[in-house]
Design a protein around this ligand. Sequence first.
Ligand code: CU
Length: 151
Amino acid sequence: MRKGILGALALTIASLGPAGCGEGAAVEAEDTATAGIEITNARLMLPAVAGNPGAVYFDVVNSSDSNMVIRAASVADAGSAMMHTGDMQEMTQVMVGPGETVKFEPGGQHIMAMDLADTVTAGGKADVTVTFVGGDEVTFPAEVRAAGDER
Ligand SMILES: [Cu+2]
């Protein structure tokens, strides 16, 4: 099953052009296995109380014609991170279907970043990495925002 999906993906990569349409902060994956994946609108909300977890939100655009499944996330300068549902339950997989956009957003699924270093401050950037089934990773910068800022 997985080999079938990956094989199909490999065949389609050559025909995929750049996915971007000029959005400023968009990050496009350069790795061939994640070609077609684009992350936009990434931000890390600092906790209101220092020491509490932060939350990371972003949009994942899959312009390939294959299912892409995120199986892990990490945040630079965080002790650990995990994917959560809107109810704070851990998720081990998030699928982004062909042509789909999946949002990590306030009130919905998000990445929880525990033990943030105090070097992660509002106005800065934090590197976030998502890992797909198959092992390919995409790293992108998230804008760090204070707890009271727009999410
Ligand atoms: Cu959470």
